[in-house]
Design a binder for this molecule. Structure first.
Ligand SMILES: [Zn+2]
Length: 65
């Protein structure tokens, strides 16, 4: 007989066979999807990447002078 245990989501006491109950399994999956979408948006907006490069060159300027 498979072991039922409480949902891993804090505050949720629904018993489930997997890590989360069905409700929170979907919620966690949606959160992961949005995290992945945020990571992909960084690729879509390359202006976020040169920001650190600009800061680095600005920091080097006084040393070059
Ligand atoms: Zn739950």
């Amino acid at each position: 007989m498979p072991m039922l245990h409480g949902c891993a989501f804090s505050g949720c006491s629904t018993f489930t066979l997997s890590t989360y109950c069905v409700e929170h399994e979907l919620l966690v999956r949606a959160l992961k999807e949005s995290e992945r979408a945020q990571g992909a948006s960084l690729v879509d907006h390359p202006e976020d990447a040169p920001l650190s490069a600009e800061t680095a060159s600005e920091a080097q300027e006084p040393a070059a002078l």
